[in-house]
Ligand binder design. Sequence first.
Ligand code: ATP
Ligand code: MG
Length: 307
Amino acid sequence: MVTAICMNPSADKTVYLDKFELSATNIIKRETRDVGGKGINVAIALRRLGVPSSCMGIVGDKSLSEVIAHLEKSGVEARFMTVSGQMRTNLKVVDESSHQVTELNERGPEADAEMLTLFKTLVGERAKKSRYIVFTGAMPPGTPADYYRELMSVCPCRAVLDTHGEMLTSALSAKPFLIKPNIKELEKTVGRTLSTMRSILEAAREMTALGAQNVLVSMGAMGAMLCTEDTALYSPAISVPVRSTVGAGDCMVAGFLSGIIQNGDIKEAFRFGCAAGAASVMTEGTRLLDKSDFDELLCRVSLQSVQ
Ligand SMILES: Nc1ncnc2c1ncn2[C@@H]1O[C@H](COP(=O)(O)OP(=O)(O)OP(=O)(O)O)[C@@H](O)[C@H]1O
Ligand SMILES: [Mg+2]
């Protein structure tokens, strides 16, 4: 069982326009609305890849039934604590002429100190029954930035962190099994631009020196790099028809975990992660990935060692 934490789920509303203009009235052509949140995405993608998963989090009471129904429909066990209010709405504005996406994200309801203490106890109990626990996505406003590290301190299983900023850096000392920054997040973390393979590898090695056991750097259409204690591998992105890149990183994390669980080998896990990331961009909007695409792409992943 893999447990994914989702402390601030969202209703992802995507609106499509011919062209998005600032300071103008924009007419919406069509729109979609889905339950979102990175932890939710990871848990559902895992299930699609055949790995039993659960999702634990905090949600506004008015949105609880919608979140539970969304997870259970995909076969994911859902365990949520509630705070008063609604989950946040994240609005994505898609300009179909340029394919640019503008995002407007709400902050979501707050969780008080008492709630956070109780949640930590429940996460610790859940972690005892899990092989991996994934910490990803935004936390409720006002939550201390080192809260993921606090949660990790009560988890006896392997921890995966897909987050950024202080939420990431403060948790490195707790020695996460895997971190998955994208290239922008890694640049922000080390405070410099990373434009060569060597510079990316050096930055990833800085993360391992600070405590991360394995570092998976995703670079969108440029592919991905895996840096472990003794190897560094690069995988160029597979050329696939791109429909939506939303959730590609979440699917990559799920793919990596399905690979390590099914094969026990970190190189295989990297291959699985790359295939899942590519499968994700082939599906529309927030549909995550189809297992059949993933199966076909697995043999198209190529790995090169990085010096
Ligand atoms: N355009 C693309 N073509 C092929 N593969 C892609 C493309 N975009 C992403 N991928 C695959 O998905 C992986 C993860 O993508 P990306 O780096 O965009 O993650 P991310 O920024 O964490 O995404 P998110 O947080 O929105 O889920 C990439 O490393 C790559 O393997
Ligand atoms: Mg990401």
